[in-house]
Every structure is written in structure tokens, then in C-alpha cells.
Ligand binder design. Structure first.
Ligand code: IPE
Ligand code: IPE
Ligand code: MG
Length: 248
């Protein structure tokens, strides 16, 4: 288990969410095709999942493919899907031996049958694991997720199960794909862009956010530990004053 002296084990984020961005530019900088960057990105995923599990993060949500990414060229989309399938097939045994539970958020109907089959199989085979939850955001868009939740809530009202006057923040949270997860404490985006790109808009309302210039394939263990150390230097005030927090 890594014992980074910088890290306070009692103040780790429970849920870390990452926008894994920069694979394409990383490859282009090396005069390689974009898929070369996506393959290198899969190797970073392996390393970050391992470190997150070892240090005791409860939930790691990785933005792997957005609802908007379907607009990319067909070759890139199918390449990404096969990288995902290879990743899932090669990592199942490691997930089982490292007590990792796989979960997934997003519109899975759009995912090709073969990939979806492997995904659902891995989710099922790891469902009793209780160390790290590896939550993959696939074909995920936060606005679609909110629309989906609103439809479910509207149905409950129509059926008389729920009174519209009783709708509160928990009702919304409970009907999102993330209903069984705590909200992210830390949201990291690699690759230099400073935007959320439709990721966890509701859930990240009080997440600490770190934007790093490092491209995802280069964002390895040390970079991740640095982000966790930076998180621990932040004061999470949740609307209060700093003085209020320090006097308890
Ligand atoms: C992130 O890397 C991976 C996916 C969106 C699937 P990009 O492919 O967006 O890489 P850049 O931003 O073009 O460098
Ligand atoms: C966000 O990255 C989605 C993922 C990392 C999966 P993009 O590269 O698609 O984001 P934009 O389009 O630059 O905002
Ligand atoms: Mg990008």
C-alpha cells in the first residue's frame, strides 16, 4: 500500500470523478493516430484504478465516453468501443482479485451489443465486491440523465405514488443513475480544458475541481497523488465562513 507522506488518510475524498481528456492530442503530438492515444489512456486507467483501490477511495467515476462523443468519426467510435471491450475482458480477473465492483452510468442502449454484454457480465460477476466501486460513465450525459430522472418522477406523480409538493433534492438524487453513490468530493479534468462537458452537473455541485494540463495518458500515479494532496489543502466551506469551520 503506498504511504504518501503528503496524504492524510482520514481526509481522503470518498468519491473521485475524472474527465479523462487529452488522449487524442497526446497521440497527435507524437504524430500517431488518435486511437494510439486512447490505447495509452487505457493503460493509465489500469494504474489509476489500482492506486485508488490501494489508498482507500470508495468510488472512482471515470468519464469514458460522453453522449456527445457519438458524433465523432465512426472509426474512432468503433475503436473506442473495442478498446473498452478489451479493457473489460482483460481486467475482470484483476477486479475480482482486488475486490473491485464495476458499475456503470449512462445510456447503455446505444452501446454495441458485444461491449454491452461484456460490461453487464463484469458488473454481475463483481457485484459482491465491496472495496472500490469503479463506476464507468459510458454514453453518459448529465442533461440526459436529468431528463430521465424527471420523467421517472413525473410518472410517479401521475400514478399517485408521489405528491409533487413532496419533491425535494433527495427525490432528484434518488432518480439519477448515481442514486446509490455519494456525490463526488473531487472532480479532476486532465488535458487542459476548463469545462465540465455535461458531466455530473447535479452531483458535482459542491465537488472540489482540479483542472490539470497533463494529458490523460501521462496522468499516472504521482499526478493522481498530487491531485489528492491538492484536494486536502482546500477548505470545503459549503456556504459557511472559514471561521465557522475552524471553531466547529
Ligand atoms: C478523451 O480524450 C477520451 C474521450 C473523449 C473518449 P479525447 O479523445 O477527447 O482527446 P483530445 O481532447 O482530443 O486530446
Ligand atoms: C469529455 O471529453 C468526455 C470524456 C472525457 C469522455 P471531450 O473531449 O469529449 O469534451 P469536449 O468535447 O472537448 O468538451
Ligand atoms: Mg477531448
Amino acid at each position: 500500500m503506498p504511504t504518501d507522506p503528503e496524504l492524510d488518510q482520514t481526509r481522503l475524498p470518498r468519491h473521485v470523478a475524472i474527465v479523462m481528456d487529452g488522449n487524442g492530442r497526446w497521440a497527435e503530438q507524437r504524430k500517431k493516430p488518435r486511437l494510439y492515444g486512447h490505447k495509452a489512456g487505457a493503460s493509465t486507467v489500469r494504474e489509476i484504478v489500482e492506486v485508488a483501490g490501494e489508498i482507500g477511495i470508495e468510488v472512482l467515476t471515470l468519464y469514458a465516453f460522453s453522449s456527445e462523443n457519438w458524433k465523432r468519426p465512426d472509426g474512432e467510435v468503433s475503436g473506442l468501443m473495442s478498446i473498452l471491450q478489451n479493457y473489460l475482458e482483460s481486467e475482470l480477473s484483476r477486479m475480482l482479485s482486488n475486490n473491485i465492483r464495476l458499475s456503470c452510468i449512462g445510456d447503455l442502449h446505444r452501446i454495441p451489443d458485444g461491449v454491452r454484454g461484456v460490461l453487464l457480465d463484469s458488473i454481475d460477476k463483481t457485484k459482491k465486491n465491496d472495496k472500490l466501486i469503479l463506476n464507468l460513465a459510458l454514453s453518459y450525459g448529465s442533461r440526459d440523465e436529468i431528463v430521465h430522472a424527471v420523467r421517472k418522477i413525473a410518472d410517479m406523480c401521475r400514478q399517485g405514488i408521489l405528491d409533487s409538493g413532496d419533491i425535494n433534492q433527495d427525490t432528484i438524487s434518488d432518480n439519477l443513475y448515481t442514486s446509490d453513490l455519494c456525490d463526488p468530493d473531487l472532480l479532476i479534468r486532465t488535458g487542459g480544458e476548463k469545462r465540465l462537458s455535461n458531466f455530473l452537473l447535479w452531483q458535482a455541485s459542491y465537488a472540489e475541481i482540479i483542472f490539470t494540463e497533463t494529458m490523460w495518458p501521462d496522468y499516472r500515479k504521482d499526478a493522481f497523488l498530487n491531485s489528492l494532496a491538492e484536494y486536502q489543502n482546500r477548505e470545503r466551506r459549503f456556504g459557511k465562513t472559514g471561521a465557522q469551520l475552524r471553531t466547529g
